[in-house]
Write a protein that binds this ligand. Structure first.
Ligand SMILES: NC(=O)c1ccc[n+]([C@@H]2O[C@H](COP(=O)([O-])OP(=O)(O)OC[C@H]3O[C@@H](n4cnc5c(N)ncnc54)[C@H](O)[C@@H]3O)[C@@H](O)[C@H]2O)c1
Ligand SMILES: Nc1ncnc2c1ncn2[C@@H]1O[C@H](CSCC[C@H]([NH3+])C(=O)O)[C@@H](O)[C@H]1O
Length: 423
């Protein structure tokens, strides 16, 4: 390709490897492939500029290619410094002509420089995963706000932040909570996080889960998926919560529930998915067993208080295994932190498998199309994905899996819509 798009990537020579990986992911993304074929004909995004801040993985590459096929002019950057796949970036720029600003392992300054570089496209629409791009727009790039028509948010953390912005009357354009669709959080958060986080911990530590005590901080969608998968591997699962209903649910599903301070004494592995800060902090590190493994699959590097752990440690041995750092405490106990306390599944493995991202990103692509038609009628704030999009994605996914379901008979439909019939 002669006219390369604007970019900042690590290594163009990785292009062929990146292409092979993207093609492999595409095989498991039939819903998104169908959407791309239609977009290529209908070109719903012609003349629109998109900035996307997401995990820069093969699955995201398939989404970006879908948006480009629809006519969008695109610039993309990473939503996490550790999740970028450098070979995939080489393919995006050098094979598919997409503007990308992302390198694996950048520091905080480079991370935000990349977000700013993507924003330089002066977007009409934005895609975010965790709200860092939207936050940047509302703080240091306010001059771009007026031109922005709408946005999409991928994850729970981002939706929580956006709702806080909306409550403070700070959010200046409509943002759709893609995370809140059933076809996203019931599958991506649950089965995706459950499988890929344990996969990452195994890759990093070579741990045998059977017989270990695994402590899951937070029993939401991600926590449920993690608990099920860890139990399936033969682990004893302990859950910590702050919500009584979620704690009751975990108890009735057969898990032990207790405060983190108690769990900290017995856990072999800790995984946080609370969307909160300090789920694991010095008072917990203080009582943990020698060799305890700490990982976060929730958001950012503050759910496990990494700074607090660093202050407590007398020595840090970096990368004693794949993406694993060892912190040695004054009494000689060693605590192992995977992926620097950032999202373990994306920092120490490849994130969710493509077949689950197929649904999340089909939701993104169809929501973007819907937004181009409806943005003018939406108020600034957090907006739901239309139910038809959610149901459509579920229906097509089932079809691609060769699974059929029943439909209501007309008699059943009448019954469901009536109130006269009793027992
Ligand atoms: N790793 C990934 O690929 C991935 C995928 C999806 C979501 N996420 C992230 O995972 C996090 C959780 O997402 P979710 O959809 O499960 O959210 P959720 O809201 O369904 O669940 C979070 C749970 O944590 C509990 N909680 C909050 N503070 C707590 C504390 N201090 N101790 C114990 N429990 C606490 C809440 O009561 C809630 O039940 C979010 O940050 C989200 O962005 C990550
Ligand atoms: N393979 C993948 N490719 C792209 N996105 C992914 C992949 N696996 C998981 N995700 C998304 O990552 C999101 C969590 S990101 C959490 C917020 C923040 N960006 C952070 O890095 O801390 C989930 O909602 C998933 O949809």
């Amino acid at each position: 390709m002669t006219d390369l798009p604007q970019h900042d990537i690590a290594d163009p020579s990785l292009r062929a490897q990146g292409v092979a990986r993207i093609e492999w992911a595409e095989r498991s993304m039939p819903v998104l492939r169908q959407i791309r074929e239609r977009f290529a004909k209908e070109r719903p995004f012609e003349g629109q500029r998109f900035a996307a801040c997401m995990h820069m993985t093969t699955e995201t590459a398939v989404l970006l290619r879908t948006l480009k096929a629809g006519g969008a002019e695109l610039a993309a950057c990473a939503s996490n410094p550790l999740s970028t796949q450098d070979d995939t970036m080489a393919a995006l720029v050098h094979e598919y002509g997409i503007s990308v600003f992302a390198r694996n392992g950048v520091d905080r300054d480079a991370y935000y420089a990349h977000i700013n570089a993507a924003l330089d496209i002066r977007p009409d629409f934005v895609f975010d995963d965790g709200c860092d791009l939207v936050n940047t727009l509302h703080t240091t790039r306010k001059e771009l706000l007026e031109a922005i028509k709408a946005g999409c948010e991928e994850t729970t953390t981002g939706v929580v932040r956006l709702r806080q912005m909306a409550a403070d009357d700070a959010l200046r354009f409509p943002v759709v909570a893609v995370n809140d669709t059933d076809t996203k959080h019931m599958f991506d958060n649950r089965y995706g996080t459950g499988q890929s986080s344990l996969d990452a911990i195994m890759r990093a530590t070579n741990l045998l889960f059977a017989g270990k005590t695994v402590v899951i901080g937070g029993f939401g969608y991600c926590g449920k998926g993690l608990a099920e998968r860890a139990a399936g591997l033969g682990a004893h699962v302990v859950v910590t919560e702050i919500d009584p209903t979620k704690a009751l649910d975990a108890t009735m599903q057969g898990y032990r529930v207790m405060p983190m301070l108690e769990a900290a004494r017995i856990g072999d592995v800790f995984i946080t998915v609370t969307s909160n800060r300090g789920a694991l902090r010095p008072e917990h590190f203080e009582v943990m067993k020698d060799g305890a493994i700490l990982a976060n699959a929730g958001h950012f590097d503050i759910e496990v208080d990494v700074a607090g752990l660093g202050e407590m440690a007398v020595e840090k041995r970096s990368r004693i295994r794949h993406q694993t750092d060892e912190y040695i405490l004054a009494d000689g106990r060693r605590l192992l932190l995977v992926a620097e306390g950032r999202l373990v599944n994306l920092g120490a493995a490849e994130g969710h498998p493509a077949s689950v991202m197929d649904m999340s990103f089909a939701d993104q692509a169809l929501t973007a199309e819907w937004l181009t038609k409806t943005y003018a009628s939406l108020e600034p704030g957090v907006v739901d994905v239309p139910t038809e999009i959610d149901k459509h994605v579920a229906r097509v996914k089932l079809e691609t899996m060769g699974i059929q379901i029943d439909t209501l008979t007309s008699d059943q439909e009448t019954y469901m819509n009536s109130w006269e019939f009793g027992s």
